[in-house]
Design a binder for this molecule. Structure first.
Ligand code: ADP
Ligand code: MG
Length: 727
């Protein structure tokens, strides 16, 4: 099929598509029954494991330590029996390489007995450790040598689960992926380390406020995932979507998102059927998905879970992305997670809601109701503000990918400048703190703080500011720069670590000021809060982050504005970053270097694929369509002339000029692709940003204009209007 034949066939196929599937019904299967059905959860372990073993495992999980090998054998055999009952034939150590994706290598339970028979085996050793080799994953130079093996180690804090697939069921074990020297090759290992770091420092502050329970202070994450859905018939006609997850061509549709008629509107039936199926699958995996709605752009939707402990939330987010994609296929659609699949149409983010707390003191970013809680809150909140002020550039680097570059600062997503939004009320409190809150601190006994002259802070502190990259939203911060394709691990690791560093700084100050006199707490806190409020005021911004004035103002305030990934990634290895990650045992210098290098490589690869695709589609789809139309117009012109009519050649002239421009721009692009490139990942990324991106843009401008002129029945690519509006 050529041109619009394929497009018309796609539309016909879509109109005939069935839009119903059997919905989930809680009166047929109770919520409790379906939720976590496929998880080797605490509930299942309690039931399946001998009591002493269960106790030991629970303790290991609570203390976040590693499992005793003897106990592992018992757990493994219970897990195998449970998995086989559920139809599993294989097990896999699931891990999270630096690509940000999810990786798995399957091993069969089947073990030949070497006498011609076989049995289903699964040892403790196989449970706790695997050796997937997996040497092709980006490792930024950590595995250059021949002995550089990679190991996977079970993360006991993250439950094993069953992945059902119509063609085979697998037991999945969430693991860390490390080198033989113990260096992190993955995204999970540093998450666990950063959670420890945050816990240790938060405990010091909590002790000052009277919580010496030692109850683990855990960070929580609630990631909101945005995505696009398009029909697979269109998708398969778009080599750019198939290979780059975004459209490299496409003129603006006559109607875009300007009516806002899609946002929070009724969910289309076909999409609802899909969402129900996704939710059913996620429930089975114990993932507490909670909300769903249409997003701003046509064809764009959102799914968000109830927040969970950072490590679990990160694993669950990865599973959610996998599920969103695989279930879409069952429904004849494709789920596009890219940050900017359609130019000039709103892109997709992954707002990361983040807080931290423990069992005894609760959420430490909750302002609470009493002045005491209020002051403790102000200390923790100030720590976050300080952290973001000092390490905003690093935080920005955690959201740096080739695809997110299209979104940040594009008038729909926060700019690359990281500032903090507090809302009117909380902002007012910080204004007061600047001049010192304590008036009666001297008389104060125990924990009665002078700063209680401050107003108590209501839960919904002020309005929501959608333009802020880092906003306080009542009892948590929402980091909005994170891109929709990203693992939340990177942002989470950095958030936990920079806040640990601030808590360390504050705890040290307070401990010194208080000395051996607990009654000094009051004045010590007042002093420290005042200092912090003044020193870190420049990072607080409550205005419109999308405005040009903010860029100028931010520069005056000394806030970094790292516009592209290439500008941002070096932040991972600044002297300060290296020292900090080392001090809190989160990432070593080598690990940071390897990450930076792997991310540069990833950036470069993405751009190279896009450049190749632009060239290929330009030469083999758009150019032929354009010359066919040109020829048609020229024929008409000649035919009319032959019978004595004058043909207005305006369209022909324009098409001719564009065909010429297309040839030129494609030639230029091909030259850049074939030319001399950078020799290191960073040099290559810089080269591509400065040369490939403009060359691709030149091709696209011409091609998109051709789309508005060339006869519709000759146009080879499904249009924006078709992809976004036909479901
Ligand atoms: P909105 O779109 O209005 O920002 P959503 O309901 O879509 O809100 O998502 C909010 C996310 O924030 C959810 O995942 C929710 O569980 C999470 N969340 C709520 N409270 C906290 C908290 N204290 N810490 C971390 N995440 C939280
Ligand atoms: Mg939301």
């Amino acid at each position: 099929m050529s041109g619009s034949d394929a497009r018309l066939a796609a539309i016909a196929a879509i109109t005939n598509q069935s839009k119903v599937s059997k919905p989930l019904n809680f009166s047929e299967i109770s919520a409790d029954e379906i939720f976590g059905q496929n998880v080797f959860s605490d509930k299942v372990m309690r039931e399946k494991l001998p009591k002493n073993i269960y106790k030991s495992v629970s303790k290991t999980i609570a203390e976040k330590s590693s499992l005793d090998p003897e106990i592992a054998d018992v757990v493994a055999s219970a897990m195998r029996d449970w998995a086989i009952e559920k139809g599993a034939t294989h097990y896999t150590h699931v891990f999270y390489p630096l690509t940000g994706l999810t990786a798995e290598k399957h091993d069969s339970f089947l073990e030949p007995d070497r006498k011609g028979g076989a049995m289903a085996e699964f040892s403790g050793k196989a449970l706790i450790q695997g050796e997937p080799d997996a040497s092709s994953f980006p490792n930024g130079g950590l595995r250059e040598t021949f002995e550089a093996r990679g190991y996977t180690l079970w993360d006991v804090t993250s439950s094993a689960y069953i992945m059902e697939n119509p063609n085979g069921t697998t037991l999945c074990i969430p693991t860390m992926f490390i080198s033989w020297k113990g260096e992190a090759l993955d995204k999970k290992t540093p998450v666990l380390r950063s959670m420890q770091a945050l816990n240790i420092q938060a405990q010091r502050i909590l002790k000052l406020f009277g919580d010496d329970s030692n109850s683990f202070v855990s960070s929580s994450a609630g990631p909101e995932q945005e995505y696009f859905l398009i029909d697979k018939n269109f998708y398969y006609e778009r080599p750019d979507l198939i290979n780059a997850d975004r459209t490299l061509f496409g003129a603006q549709p006559p109607k875009g998102q300007e009516f806002d008629d899609h946002y929070f509107g009724a969910i289309p039936e076909r999409v609802l059927a899909y969402m129900m199926d996704v939710e059913r699958e996620l429930y089975k995996l114990g993932i507490p998905v909670k909300t769903r709605h249409n997003e701003v752009a046509p064809g764009q939707f959102e799914i968000a879970p109830m927040y969970e402990s950072g490590n679990i939330a990160t694993d669950h987010q990865q599973l959610t992305m996998v599920m969103l994609k695989s279930v879409a296929k069952r429904h004849g659609m494709e789920c596009i997670l890219h940050e900017k699949p359609f130019a000039r149409i709103n892109g997709s983010g992954k707002h990361l809601n983040w807080s931290f707390g423990n069992a005894t003191s609760g959420n430490l970013l909750d302002p609470g109701k009493t002045p005491h809680e209020n002051v403790q809150f102000l200390v923790f909140c100030s720590a976050v503000i300080r952290a973001v002020h000092l390490h905003g550039a690093l935080l920005r680097a955690t959201a740096a990918t080739a695809s997110n570059d299209h979104r940040l600062g594009a008038n729909e997503a926060p700019p690359a400048i990281i500032s903090v939004y507090l809302g009117d009320q909380l902002n007012d409190v910080f204004e007061q703190l600047k001049t010192g809150g304590a008036k009666s601190s001297k008389q104060a006994q125990n924990i009665k703080l002078g700063v209680d002259t401050l107003p108590s802070i209501p839960k919904d502190a002020g309005d929501r500011n959608r333009t802020s990259p880092f906003a306080f939203t009542g009892n948590r911060f929402e980091f909005r720069a994170v891109g929709s394709t990203q693992s939340i691990a990177g942002p989470l690791v950095t958030l936990n670590t920079i806040v640990a560093e601030s808590l360390d700084y504050i705890a040290t100050k307070l401990e010194k000021l208080i000395g051996k006199k607990p009654e000094n707490l009051n004045s010590a806190v007042t002093t420290v809060l005042q200092e912090l409020a003044n020193e870190h005021a420049p990072v607080v911004f409550n205005g419109n982050n999308y405005s040009d004035e903010w860029h100028a103002e931010a520069e005056k305030r000394g806030l970094a504005n790292l516009k592209t990934t290439v500008d941002a990634l070096p932040e991972f290895t600044t002297k300060e970053a290296v020292a900090m990650f080392k001090k809190y045992n989160v990432l070593s210098k080598v690990e940071l270097e390897s990450r930076k290098s792997a991310y540069f490589e990833n950036y470069a690869l993405t751009l190279k694929v896009e450049a190749n695709l632009t060239s290929k589609i330009g030469h083999t789809k758009i150019f032929p369509a354009a010359v066919r139309y040109q020829n048609e117009l020229a024929q008409t012109c000649a035919n009319l002339k032959a019978v004595g009519y004058e043909f207005d050649t305006e369209t022909l002239d324009r098409v001719t000029a564009l065909v010429k421009a297309l040839q030129t721009s494609l030639k230029d692009l091909d030259k850049v692709i074939a030319g001399k490139h950078g020799s290191t990942p960073q040099a290559e990324a810089t080269f591509l940003r400065d040369n490939i991106i403009p060359a691709m843009a030149d091709v696209r401008v011409v091609a998109d204009e051709l789309e508005t002129l060339v006869a519709d029945d000759l146009w080879p690519l499904p249009t924006y209007q078709e992809m976004l509006f036909i479901k």
